[in-house]
Design a protein around this ligand. Structure first.
Ligand SMILES: [Zn+2]
Length: 262
């Protein structure tokens, strides 16, 4: 059996949606399983162009910045109060504290909103590993100045995708992408147009950093995403390619990448 992973970009804008490009969110399909990976603002509508909310097998959230998780709020309405017939709460691996964070926003009366009726929340930790249908998910704590995770998604057949979430370059992210023979595709953020000023903690990659991370991890392909407002896609791809000899692509909204086994 050949389990190809399909990565569809629902949105890749930072830090707020652009016209025609929601914030961070991706549909990952493989092994008969459908995963919504980050739920940034605007991505739920884009997701529904590909799969109904009730047909998702799980949702994975990298960190609790709104541009990566805001659409969980309206997904909650869809799952509990609309046309979705929910057999069981949707598995939601996510950073610690997410249940109370969602409830804080969703509760409008004396009774706490039943967040757990919509989502089966599993709190992430470094090296968290979970099986979701035909996919194996491995999460690593990465460097973003707050609890934040990167993710490796694997099929049983060995197709591997690594995703930075939001992070500065760090060993955990490189390890996530470098395991075994390297991942087939590294989806890496490149938010910064310029390096962080000396003496400040970096919390994002520049395009050059993304190229270096892909090269160090021996990734077979780099897809740059989460470009900040002062970067355009062709510039980001060109700059990343100055530090990485493999193919570099831009995570254009609506684009699908096939990830074969390595
Ligand atoms: Zn962030």
């Amino acid at each position: 059996m050949t389990d190809v992973l399909r990565l569809t970009v629902l949105g890749s804008a930072s830090p707020y949606p652009r016209a025609g490009n929601p914030c961070s969110g991706y549909l990952v399909e493989g092994g008969g399983t459908r995963l919504w990976m980050d739920a940034g603002s605007g991505t739920l509508g884009a997701l529904r162009e590909h799969v109904g909310l009730g047909r998702l097998d799980g949702i994975w959230i990298s960190h609790l910045h709104a541009d990566h998780c805001a659409d969980l709020l309206t997904a909650y309405y869809g799952l509990l109060y609309a046309d979705v017939e929910l057999a069981a709460p949707v598995p939601l691996p996510a950073p610690p504290g997410i249940a109370d964070r969602l409830a804080g926003f969703l509760t409008n009366g004396p009774r706490r909103s039943p967040v757990e009726d919509a989502f089966r929340i599993v709190e992430l930790h470094d090296h968290h590993r979970a099986h979701l249908g035909g996919l194996t998910l491995t999460s690593r704590a990465v460097s973003h100045g707050m609890p934040a995770f990167g993710l490796r998604v694997e099929t049983e057949d060995g197709a591997r995708l690594a995703y930075s979430g939001d992070s500065a370059p760090c060993d955990a992210l490189t390890a996530l992408a470098a395991l075994a023979d390297g991942c087939a595709t590294l989806l890496c953020e490149a938010d910064l147009a310029q390096p962080s000023p000396a003496g400040t903690e970096a919390v994002h990659h520049t395009p050059e950093d993304a190229g270096r991370t892909a090269a160090t991890a021996a990734a077979h392909r780099l897809v740059v995403t989460h470009l900040g407002p002062f970067l355009d896609p062709s510039e980001a791809v060109h700059r990343a390619a100055t530090h990485y000899t493999g193919p570099v692509k831009y995570a254009a909204p609506g684009r699908t990448f096939e990830v074969a086994r390595t």
